[in-house]
Design a protein around this ligand. Structure first.
Ligand SMILES: Nc1ncnc2c1ncn2[C@@H]1O[C@H](COP(=O)(O)OP(=O)(O)OP(=O)(O)O)[C@@H](O)[C@H]1O
Ligand SMILES: [Mg+2]
Length: 495
């Protein structure tokens, strides 16, 4: 998740007309030849009829994509003397694809490039007009933008270039509009148990699985879950924005909402975890610091779901491809929903289940034990009773619950500030020792639970973390038996 500078050098010398690009370019970079030649000609700059060599340094890293077009064109114009003051460009990061008429097209990953420019002390960044807001998210830095190659050269020639305003002097970059996140919790009848579990999940950043008969409101609850989350902190927001920038999904604004991604169950492994020949972040990375909602959990292919195991544990995903390996952050909350059996009624006391035992087993086996072990809270969402449905007293609204969630989140953020984590779910074993102190009763209960329920070491850790969140919601320092008991009941495997 960081950019590396590539130096573009041009040599224009006498000899037979020839145009070559060296320095490990891929096919898209090599095609720059045709785009640059046409763009220059159509902008009124004759292309040299001599020998032109472009070198992309360092020569041992593979260069991908069309984002070098503009830099190549400017290097040639500098080398042949069209741009007199080419020295100006030496410490500038230039990113842009050219179209045949000379227009500069926006590129992806501009936010990372401008962060790099600031880190490495470049004097400025030159991007397409469409990318300016994205480049401006990094302050303070000289940012220039141009519509076309001609516009760009004019700016340099007229000296407008030197008077570029600093990013801070331009108005603040816009933030993303608040999106509509499903229904409000007040509109969901009954389901107090599930609502409580969702509140805990939101406060601590835990994973949750909702299971119940058709039409009981699982999808509705999961969609409303996003409305419980406080907006991301500035650091979180930059992380989220960087990932969307790489994926080319940014429209020039900083993302100030937590993402809510709900990929369909037909999604492929690459779509979910990321990859491809030019590795791109998948849904789990786009859901970083937000929610990944997998509706109809068992309908996802088992192989696709197994990919989630490592990122659920580490909060990052490493994708290796022939062109190299990349690591994307993937610290998301998993919210999954499922029916307990193919017909959906095995857990319903009033309706007979029509599935054969074999079918039920096959259905449940689609979700592996190790994956289930990583889900902290498993909640039964039963059919809603008529009295609840017809009741006119509204439940708690999302805003009220969000307030409690926000209190816990600010508390944990402050508590773990020096460890670089934000939530209880991210606690590492070493930190758990320090922060998950138990009362004596709590210790006794936990011991008997671990022994009798044959819990894994992971379950033990995850229960403690959930209990920590429950104690935080109750604003208590030490985890008591009551907090543990609540955490334990979400862990018992249902149906
Ligand atoms: N608790 C509830 N309160 C109010 N309306 C509800 C509730 N549960 C379900 N509904 C209504 O039923 C519709 C279907 O609910 P939803 O899609 O959430 O069910 P589901 O549990 O996801 O079912 P399935 O297992 O078939 O996916 C909702 O759009 C809503 O109109
Ligand atoms: Mg549903």
């Amino acid at each position: 998740m960081s950019a590396t500078p590539v130096t573009v050098e041009a040599d224009v010398s006498s000899g037979l007309p020839r145009f070559q690009i060296v320095g490990l370019p891929d096919a898209a970079v090599s095609e720059a030849k045709d785009r640059v030649r046409a763009a220059m000609k159509n902008s009124g700059f004759p292309f040299p009829r001599t020998n032109v060599t472009i070198n992309l340094a360092p020569a041992d890293t593979r260069k991908q994509g069309p984002l070098y077009d503009l830099a190549i064109a400017l290097a040639i114009l500098g080398a042949q003397g069209t741009i007199v003051d080419a020295k100006l460009l030496e410490r500038t990061v230039v990113i842009g694809e050219l179209s045949l008429d000379g227009t500069i097209r926006p590129a992806r990953g501009v936010l990372l490039a401008s962060s790099m420019a600031k880190r490495e002390g470049y004097s400025g960044v030159l991007v397409a007009k469409e990318n300016i807001n994205e480049a401006r998210l990094v302050e303070p830095l000289h940012i220039a933008s141009a519509r076309s190659l001609k516009d760009c050269v004019d700016q340099i020639e007229t000296g407008k270039w030197q008077q570029l305003p600093k990013a801070v002097e331009i108005e603040a970059p816009p933030t993303s509009p608040t999106t509509d996140h499903g229904d409000d919790f007040a509109l969901i009848a009954g389901q107090l148990h599930a609502k409580r579990a969702l509140e805990i999940a939101a406060a601590g950043g835990h994973n949750i699985l909702l299971s119940g008969p058709p039409g009981s409101g699982k999808t509705m609850l999961a969609r409303a879950f996003a409305s419980l989350l406080p907006p991301p902190t500035v650091d979180e927001s930059i992380e989220i924005t960087s990932i969307h920038s790489i994926a080319g999904l940014l429209h020039g604004q900083r993302i100030t909402n937590r993402p809510f991604r709900a990929p369909h169950h037909t999604s492929s492994g690459i779509a979910l975890v990321g990859g491809g020949t030019q590795p791109r972040p998948g849904e789990i990375s786009l859901a970083h610091r937000g929610v990944l909602f997998l509706d109809e959990f068992p309908e996802f292919s088992r192989a696709v779901l197994e990919n989630l195991r490592q990122p659920l544990e580490d909060g990052t995903i490493a994708v290796s491809r022939a062109s190299g390996s990349v690591t994307f952050p993937a610290r998301f909350m998993l919210v999954a929903s499922m029916n307990p059996c193919p017909c959906g009624f095995i857990s319903d006391p009033g309706i007979a289940c029509t599935c054969t035992p074999g079918n039920i087993l096959k259905y449940q086996q689609k979700i592996s034990g190790p994956l289930l072990d990583r889900i902290d809270l498993r909640v039964e969402v039963p059919r809603v009773a008529f009295d609840d449905l017809s009741s006119t007293t509204p439940g708690e609204s999302s805003a009220v619950i969000r307030e409690r969630v926000t209190t816990v989140r600010s508390l944990t953020q402050e508590r773990y500030a020096s460890f670089g984590i934000f939530t209880n779910a991210e606690l590492k074993p070493s930190l758990m020792k320090a922060w998950c102190a138990l009362t004596n009763d709590g210790m006794i209960l936990l011991k008997s639970a671990v022994d009798r329920l044959h819990m894994s070491a992971r379950s033990y850790g995850r229960i403690l973390k959930v209990a920590r969140t429950i104690a935080d919601l109750a604003r208590e320092e030490t985890i008591s038996a009551a907090h543990l008991a609540e955490a334990l009941q979400y862990r018992i495997r249902n149906a």
